[in-house]
Design a protein around this ligand. Sequence first.
Ligand code: RFL
Ligand code: PHB
Length: 390
Amino acid sequence: MRTKVGIVGAGPAGLMLSHLLHLHGIDSVIVEKRSREYVEKRVRAGVLEQSTVDLLHQTGCGQRLAVDALVHQGIELLFDGHTHRIPMSELTGGRAITIYGQQKVVHDLTEARLAAGGQIYFDAADVAVSGIESATPRITFTHDGRTVELACDIVAGCDGFHGVCRETIPPAGRRIHEREYPFAWLGILADVAPSTDELIYAHHDRGFALHSLRSPEISRLYLQVEPQEQLTNWPDERIWDELQIRLAHDGWSLKQGPILEKSITPMRSFVCEPMQHGRLFLAGDAAHIVPPTGAKGLNLAIHDVYVLATALAAWYDGGDETLLASYSATCLRRVWRVQHFSWWMTSMLHRFPDDDVFAQRLQLSQLEYVVSSSAAATSLAENYVGLPWD
Ligand code: RFL
Ligand code: PHB
């Protein structure tokens, strides 16, 4: 089999890349190791930046988004028992964030690809990439019991942090930059109306907590926990008790309901530089991970593939390699900005095991500054809603 662009992974990056290439008239095939059902049920991100939303609309994938999504113009920071609102839209010339679950983005993009005749191999086993230093890289995999070899001009590694593509770059061809944090997030999805109109990011002596949501009926909440924590230590009642303590503030109460899903996510910052080797281009979590405190991972993945699709269109359309050659550098500029913002939000809001009173006072001072200085609040707001794309 042959295609122009072979894409490994049907997450937001792989699906959006395939969709954008199709709009440029460029063939692609997606190879995904999980089932369609699994990919569409995986609970993850919920906050979309303005530019991500704009791209979904501009490329014809915004019908359900227009109906179901919730637009938020501010967030709340809770510390010392009081909430303080950051009026993001006011501070950023009207930009906002949109609450729309990642599963819905994945579902909408999958539908768009399949409706346009796009080819996605779900349940592909033994996926391997070879020949990335040649002009004919290949993706091989097993599907329905037969071995498939897909010859491509380009391979896009959109297979997430645990994928196989990044490892095909020879060690001398990549530099890894990494930070692990001494905590994880326990996240729940709960069948209860959110107790807040806007997201609440809470700094607390017992650790960070976040109240987010998915719809007017479904809440999404997170707790900072130990890095090696097991879900078995967290029966539903303990989760709600801890959320009640960390999110408590005057005149407010947290509504509880049945927990539909729970999971624990380790926190890390990770960058692979460069994001390209020969004919292999990495995009999204395959190339970089940010701690979720800034709500950026999915948005960064969408930015990467927008840059890649534009570069591939210029290349196929007349052989201009300039944009492809600068793909990695263009993406990494944004990646490092977002890395800094995500690290900064994480550092300001979490409890670190070796924190002394001095470190806690510094965090509180930073929080007070952010909510009282319009310069500092604007800096948070413009990064949170997403700096404009180049
Ligand atoms: P994905 O979504 O991991 O997709 C990769 C796909 O590749 C498949 N795959 C393979 N396929 C074939 N062969 C192999 N060998 C393969 N290995 C893997 C996988 O099955 C999968 O389908 O990566 P992508 O597309 O780069 O998208 C990145 C985002 O998923 C991620 O950055 C976000 O979820 C991060 N994130 C958030 N991002 C935001 O922008 N806003 C948020 O509010 C936000 N909240 C979050 C988050 C991530 C979280 N967790 C669970 C990590 C909250 C949480 C709790
Ligand atoms: C979410 O709704 O899942 C969410 C919101 C904000 C974050 C991370 C995750 O910073």
